[in-house]
Design a protein around this ligand. Structure first.
Ligand SMILES: [Zn+2]
Length: 149
């Protein structure tokens, strides 16, 4: 097997492991804080750098009658900042399943879930303006982005 092919396989393996750990964390949070009542359909690791992560709710439309909950976490940010930072971002996004905006109730919940800071570490290769969490709530009639500062 060529060297870069081996590297690619290792990358994919690391991504799969990280995804498995995020699902474990979701189930732990769900059991401990929500009586397993939260729904999450998909966790995705994205190679885009513009955000640490975001939560998206889609569905309940004519085309898609089922509501779907998705959390996207930046793989680049994970590689740059490590697991603790990814965990921090992930817990922030889990809190968005309950509160779509950055209300006081949101921050109280995020803190309970173990978010110790309000700010995501900026990706090293990007200016500070790219350091943001975003939350999309199409069910509210429009998408919105919330810069966390
Ligand atoms: Zn947020």
């Amino acid at each position: 097997m060529a060297a870069d092919e081996t590297k690619q396989v290792q990358q994919e393996q690391r991504r799969a492991e990280t995804l498995a750990r995020l699902w474990e964390e979701f189930h732990r949070l769900n059991r401990e804080f929500f009586d397993s009542a939260l729904t999450l359909d998909e966790i995705r690791l994205s190679t885009r750098k513009q955000y640490g992560g975001y939560y998206k709710r889609t569905g309940k439309s004519a085309i898609c009658p089922e509501e779907r909950h998705l959390i996207v976490v930046s793989w680049s940010a994970h590689q740059e900042h490590g697991w603790e930072e990814t965990l921090h971002t992930f817990r922030h996004e889990v809190a968005h399943i309950v509160h779509p905006n950055h209300s006081r109730a949101f921050w109280a919940l995020a803190e309970r879930l173990g978010c110790t800071r309000r700010y995501a570490l900026p990706p090293a290769a990007r200016p500070h303006a790219y350091c943001r969490y975003t939350a999309n709530a199409p069910s509210a009639g429009r998408a919105f982005s919330a810069v966390n500062d």
